[in-house]
Design a protein around this ligand. Structure first.
Ligand code: MCN
Length: 792
């Protein structure tokens, strides 16, 4: 499109006007007539049998309308929260999928497990009454950490899961990998922990549920990334009512980072409670501390990894054994994360002839673990990039060189990895060279010397990474255990005067879809983005959808929009052919105009739209009035963004403080809709990734208490912790979708953590430090320096 609002234009975000004016409408802003408030009584213990719950005092407290427990939920036949992905074990049996009651019945299994729900006229009254609910806990031994949970005699989270094993899964060719290891010149091995992180979206979760007894219909306002999935699970499993009796609205949502994909108990409970108290709406808003104890966490892997290499640094084989924490219950997509989103990425951007990975998922008495930005792919990238650095050090090969040597070359695509995925396209050498140029690698020695003059140790870190976005196709994921299809849906409605409303099944909670999807429409139909409305987040308005996660919205949701527009353009050609008295085959559509090929006879898109709704002169025998169409798009494959992330750090050897001095990245996220939004997404991801590498950790003590359960102890990155990022893009177009778009929402969180740690280790190598785990806090770095005897 010739205007400057289409593909490739850095259009300012349309949605920002309401956000900047403080006019966003979040779930907690939704106030309904006669609304009541819910507060949850949550188990203070990680593992306890519940002897009794005495609500008598709470029920007498001012304003209290009800106190509901697991017994009440069971009596009303509420379903447990389902897990949407079933993993098949190595031996062909299925994973252990224990029950997940919405309110604890009998035994609490993590600190924060909801035991009772108090409903009152005001939030304060509900809070006060919650203090009066007497729960008699019988404490049981708890286990929070992976290595403790698999130890002999560890407390059991579930009777049906001996050794706390949820599943024992593998991928790859074990014999071929053994053969490569037997032939290899050297085996480089590493033990790694991928630290547990809390998602911490700016807006805590909230849910406001109401039951209309006249219509016999439920409405839920909720902070979800995935309103149709929530409706599906409520309808089929938890509330058990037909979908047409349920409306789920996700209005403005202040960030999700994965943690709001899942169906949470509170969403079910507010709807159920509303009916129980006679239809008055019930609203719950999480506090920040409650969020730490009830939002799904991410990562938490313990891994042993080995790379078989030749003397000259050629990768021959990779062997990985991972323990993945599931927490106490299986969250919606939890089993897919360490398996199909982790182990399938273990080839990274490299040629590795044989790979074999084993993943054991382990129950612990902790908050459930599920997707957090990157979900499985950061864990794969971290272990591979740490291992590659170690191999380079052991072989005495330059760390950039060893990567150059092993990268998949552009002429090797499509590239079939030994771990199921087939990458369609990429140019990894190009992104590597681009990033090196951006950071001015040639002059790194000068910068290092300059840092040293100031008493600082400078380190250079590199990570070349691959990710897989837009998880698909439905038939494949179904065969792998998914309980849902992973297509996307869109309806494009052209109004009589030519403006457009797009209904998309994806959800924007910070990613800017209201702008980028309008740009897609502008590109195809030539309509100014001011005349395009993007509607998401309401199951009553949008036919269907699978929501937003896995950086799928542009590649999958955008493709559904493009498909729907293709149908509209084709229908318009028939109308134009009639008006222009030409044959349909001779009509061309470009720049918002239908033209008879080779002539100047034309009709604007607006004229065609008007004619479709005012069909006086119209091919009524063959074309219906109106101009609206829908499409479902089921991708043929994932998209595979990739790139190179470079980091320079300065370490203060006296204090252990690590400062990120420079970050330069070059990504390939496919054809770009909006460069400014793409850069912004990369910036956010980098902050997330640097946060994980240096600052963030959800720390449990041995009894299962979350000791970093507030912002006093859980360190989020702040602006001052981050440098100004140098972000570049090198485009190879996705080969199997109509736009060539890949994904960008997670690139930073995936690529950068190993680059940071590789940089810290590089800085500390002269002091004899060879390993440091995430987060590389000042204390940890200082201790490592002392332990290595590096500082007097
Ligand atoms: N885009 C583009 N050109 C491309 C690719 C994407 O212009 N080649 C644009 C898209 O149109 C969209 C944005 O970039 O406006 C992100 O697109 P995409 O990569 O498709 O990711 P999603 O929209 O599906 O968002 C999900 C992704 C994930 S998985 C997490 S986690 C995450 C992230 O986005 N959570 C976020 N970014 C976030 N940003 C904010 N502000 N808040 C979150 O919770």
């Amino acid at each position: 499109m010739s205007s400057n609002q289409g593909m490739g234009a850095s259009v300012a975000r349309k949605e920002d006007r309401r956000f900047l004016l403080g006019k966003g409408r979040y779930t907690d802003d939704v106030t309904l007539p006669e609304q009541t408030y819910a507060v949850f009584v949550r188990s203070p213990r990680a593992h306890a049998r519940i002897r009794s719950i005495d609500a008598s005092q709470a029920l007498k407290a001012p304003g209290v309308l009800a106190v509901l427990t697991g017994e009440d939920a069971a009596a009303d036949d509420l379903g447990g929260i389902p897990c949407g992905w079933v993993i098949t074990n190595k031996d062909g049996s299925k994973m252990v999928a224990p029950p997940h009651p919405a309110l604890v019945k009998g035994t609490a299994r993590h600190a924060g497990d909801p035991v009772a729900m108090v409903i009152a006229e005001t939030r304060d009254q509900a809070r006060d009454a919650a203090q009066l609910v007497e729960v008699d806990y019988d404490p049981q031994p708890a286990v929070a950490h992976l290595t403790a949970a698999v130890a002999e005699g560890a407390p059991r989270v579930w009777e049906e899961a001996p050794g706390n094993v949820c599943f024992d899964w593998h991928i790859g060719d074990s014999a071929a990998t053994e053969a490569e290891f037997a032939k290899a010149d050297r085996v480089v091995s590493l033990d790694l922990t991928n630290n547990r992180i809390a998602p911490n979206a700016i807006e805590p979760r909230a849910a406001n549920g109401s039951y209309d007894s006249v219509e016999d219909r439920y409405t839920l306002y909720t902070t979800t990334q995935n309103p149709h999935l929530t409706r599906l699970l409520l309808g089929a499993f938890t509330l058990k009512v037909p979908e047409h009796k349920l409306r789920v609205v996700a209005p403005d949502v202040g960030g999700g980072f994965g943690s709001k994909i899942f169906h949470y108990a509170e969403e079910l409970l507010v709807l159920w409670a509303s009916k129980r108290i006679g239809g008055r709406p019930v609203k719950w808003t999480s506090s920040r501390s409650e969020a730490f104890l009830s939002d799904a966490h991410g990562r938490d892997h313990v891994t042993h990894a080995e790379l078989a290499v030749t003397h000259d640094g050629q990768f021959r084989g990779l062997r990985v054994r991972t323990l993945a924490n599931m927490g106490s219950y299986l969250s919606t997509f939890a089993p897919a994360i360490p398996t199909y989103l982790h182990a399938t990425l273990l080839s990274g951007p490299y040629v590795i002839p044989a790979i074999y990975a084993e993943v054991k998922a382990i129950f612990t008495h902790t908050v459930p673990i599920d997707a957090v930005r990157g979900a499985g792919r950061p864990e794969a990238t971290y272990l591979l990039e740490r291992l590659v650095d170690k191999a380079a050090r052991e072989l005495g090969i330059d760390r950039v060189e060893i990567r150059r040597k092993n990268l998949i070359q552009p002429d090797q695509f499509p590239y079939q990895t030994p771990v199921a995925l087939q990458y369609d396209i990429g140019d990894y050498p190009a992104t590597l060279e681009m990033a090196l140029k951006a950071i001015d690698y040639d002059r790194y020695p000068e910068r290092k010397a300059e840092s040293e003059k100031r008493g600082k140790l400078r380190g250079f870190g590199i990570s070349t990474y691959i990710e897989a976005c837009g998880i698909a196709p439905s038939a494949l994921v179904g065969a792998l255990g998914a309980g849902a299809g992973l297509y996307e849906a869109a309806t494009v409605r052209v109004h009589p005067t030519g403006s457009v409303t797009v209904f998309t099944g994806t959800h924007s909670h910070g990613q800017g879809h209201e702008t980028t999807f309008a740009q897609l429409v502008n590109e195809r139909l030539g309509i100014p983005i001011e005349n395009i409305e993007i509607v998401h987040g309401d199951t009553d308005r949008i036919p269907f959808g699978m929501g937003t996660y896995g950086s799928r919205s542009a590649a999958v949701g955008g493709s559904a929009i493009v498909k729907a527009m293709d149908k509209i353009v084709d229908k318009g050609k028939k109308i134009a052919a009639h008006l222009l008295e030409a044959s349909v085959a001779d009509i061309e559509f470009a720049d918002g105009k239908y033209r008879v090929a080779g002539t100047d006879r034309e009709k604007t898109f607006g004229e065609i739209a008007f004619t479709a709704y005012v069909p006086h002169n119209y091919p009524i025998e063959t074309v219906e009035p109106g101009l609206e169409d829908s499409a479902f798009y089921d991708p043929k494959n994932f998209t595979f963004p990739g790139g190179c992330h470079l980091v320079e750090v300065e370490v203060d050897p006296e204090t252990g403080v690590v400062e990120v001095a420079d970050v330069a990245i070059a990504d390939d996220v496919g054809v770009i809709i909006n460069p400014m939004i793409v850069d912004g997404q990369a910036h956010g991801g980098l902050a997330h990734g640097i946060g994980q590498a240096l600052l963030e950790e959800a720390v449990y003590d041995e009894d299962g208490q979350l000791v970093s359960g507030s912002f006093m102890s859980y360190t989020m990155p702040r602006a001052a912790d981050l440098p100004s990022f140098k972000v570049g893009n090198h485009v190879t177009a996705c080969t199997h979708n109509p736009t060539g778009i890949k994904g960008v929402g997670e690139v930073g969180a995936i690529g950068v953590p190993p680059a940071v740690i590789n940089a810290v280790i590089d800085a500390l190598t002269p002091l004899g430090v060879t390993d440091i785990s995430m987060p590389a806090t000042p204390e940890k770095v200082w201790r490592a320096i002392r332990a290595a005897g590096g500082v007097a």
